[in-house]
Write a protein that binds this ligand. Structure first.
Ligand SMILES: Nc1nc2c(ncn2[C@@H]2O[C@H](COP(=O)(O)OP(=O)(O)OP(=O)(O)O)[C@@H](O)[C@H]2O)c(=O)[nH]1
Length: 477
């Protein structure tokens, strides 16, 4: 019989086992985390090497070798699996006993033991003993758990990054504004459909085109310089020229007005800029035309309500205002008075000094009366040389005092005419108030008018009050 080279090793090992336990001691030494030997005929008896107990934090003198004692440290569900695995192995040598058991360490932590065993069988093939090894794989399991956790975190990060990327892409692509991404040399690397629409270049034409080409020639050099300064200071900002609106040119050489917002974007190819561009050409045209319309409307409103000579309200506006105030005084049962005054002998004045001087008198009377009336009163030029003052929440008595002041002030006015002594004029005024039977403001005006003509008849430069029952007059005469 040929003795192979390795056979001597086998013989040596057998000898070691045979001789007073030296082989066993050796085996215990080389097994990493424990060796166990189990009498299957007396299942309570299980010899376990000290390393088996050391893995769970116990010294040899603290632990027995009874199977149930060690098993008490194993998680019940793992113990159940282990028992089933063992039964299979006992019945069929081809099914290995190979089990991972979670055990409770003395300090409360979990210890993972990889238990691997082989049954020793008698001549009939019945398993009588089990010889097995323990391998403490706790650190592997811990790494595995950490790894799983990390994988989970990576999965979550990936998912949220994916969502963020998709959102950013959607924002870029479907933005209602034109968007162009430009590299550090000013070359367009990305453009959205709005940019294609705005500038008239196809996406392919835009890509690799220098952004300076979208700027009118006159500003191109300045734009290129501006780009470099943005690269040096990549803050988000609005891009401005002399004004907020700047000019750009399209493929068809049309100049458009745009507003631009710049955002810097760090990419793996370097620092890029994303320009968000809004075409404000039409908007600006609309704003300009709106401003013009507003200004025109303002002029029209002034024309419609104002007397051009004196700058006072005109008769039309006065009537509107008088109707409103009459309705208010009726509804809230407030007093409402009215003063109507007319320049005395103005025809004569005009004939003597001319219409130009007459016009000056009309203007000065307007200024003078404006200075006297209060906020809320309405002074208007009612006709040629006739003026009217509407006084809401004012009774006849207060209206009379106010009219007296106006009369006095106007009689003190002096108009300078070349080569002539200073000229003065007087007025006659009629005053009335709303009465309970009045259906509209016209009645109040009519009574004031009648009172004013009475003042004229009584000699002018005076005030006549239309009293509800009787009429009285005051002033000089
Ligand atoms: N300068 C000037 N005169 C005007 C204006 N509007 C009306 N008048 C003049 O005012 C005069 C009014 O004359 P009359 O109605 O006869 O009244 P009067 O001469 O003031 O006499 P009494 O009212 O009775 O005191 C006319 O000569 C008008 O031409 C105006 O805008 N400017």
């Amino acid at each position: 019989m040929i003795v192979r080279d390795s056979d001597y090793l086998k013989l040596e090992l057998t000898k070691l086992f045979a001789e007073n336990g030296e082989g066993l001691a050796f085996l215990q030494q080389v097994t990493l985390d424990g060796l166990w030997y189990w009498d299957l005929d007396q299942p309570d008896n299980r010899w376990m090497s000290p390393k088996c107990w050391a893995a769970l934090g116990y010294g040899l003198d603290e632990a027995d070798h009874l199977s149930e004692e060690w098993q008490a440290h194993v998680f019940p569900e793992d113990l159940e699996l282990s028992a089933a695995n063992l039964e299979q192995h006992r019945a069929d040598p081809l099914c290995p006993y190979d089990q991972v058991l979670r055990c409770k360490h003395r300090n409360g932590s979990t210890v993972w033991i990889h238990s691997h065993g082989v049954a020793i069988r008698d001549e009939q093939g019945h398993a009588t003993r089990m010889l097995g090894l323990h391998h403490n794989i706790t650190h592997i399991k811990q790494l595995e758990q950490r790894h799983k956790k990390n994988l989970h975190i990576i999965d979550e990060l990936y998912a949220s990054t994916k969502v963020a990327l998709e959102e950013a892409e959607a924002l870029f692509t479907s933005s209602p504004d034109a968007k162009l991404q430009v590299d550090q040399d000013g070359f367009i690397v990305r453009g959205n459909p709005e940019a294609v629409h705005l500038f008239g270049y196809s996406e392919a034409e835009l890509l690799d085109m220098n952004i300076d080409l979208l700027v009118p020639e006159a500003y191109r050099e300045a734009h290129a310089k501006g780009r470099s300064s943005i690269q040096l200071d990549p803050r988000a900002r609005a891009m401005t020229g002399a004004s907020r609106v700047i000019q750009a040119c399209t493929k068809s050489r049309q100049t458009i007005q745009i507003e631009i917002r710049l955002n810097s974007l760090q990419t793996r190819y370097g620092s890029h800029v994303v320009a968000t561009i809004r075409d404000v050409t039409e908007y600006n045209l609309m704003v300009t035309s709106l401003q013009q319309t507003r200004a025109e409307n303002k002029c029209l409103t002034i024309d419609a309500t104002t007397d051009p000579l004196t700058g006072l309200y005109n008769r039309r506006y006065f009537k509107k205002q008088a109707n409103k105030e009459f309705a208010n005084s009726w509804r809230y049962n407030n007093e409402l008075s009215l003063i109507l005054f007319d320049i005395d002998n103005f025809k004569q004045f005009n004939d003597l000094y001319g219409h130009v001087v007459g016009d000056q008198v009309l203007q000065q009377i307007g200024h003078s009366a404006t200075d006297i009336i209060r906020n809320g009163d309405t002074l208007a030029r009612f006709g040629g040389e006739e003026f009217v003052v509407l006084l809401p929440m004012t009774g006849l008595h207060a209206a009379q005092a106010l009219a007296e002041r106006i009369r006095q002030d106007i009689s003190d006015l002096r108009v300078a005419v070349a080569d002539r002594p200073l000229l003065g004029v007087t007025i006659s005024a009629g005053i009335s108030a709303r009465e309970s039977q009045d259906k509209n403001v016209q009645k109040v005006i009519e009574r004031a008018d009648a009172a004013m003509y009475q003042a004229k008849a009584l000699g002018r430069n005076r005030i006549v009050v239309s009293e509800p029952d009787a009429q009285s007059n005051s002033g000089l005469g």
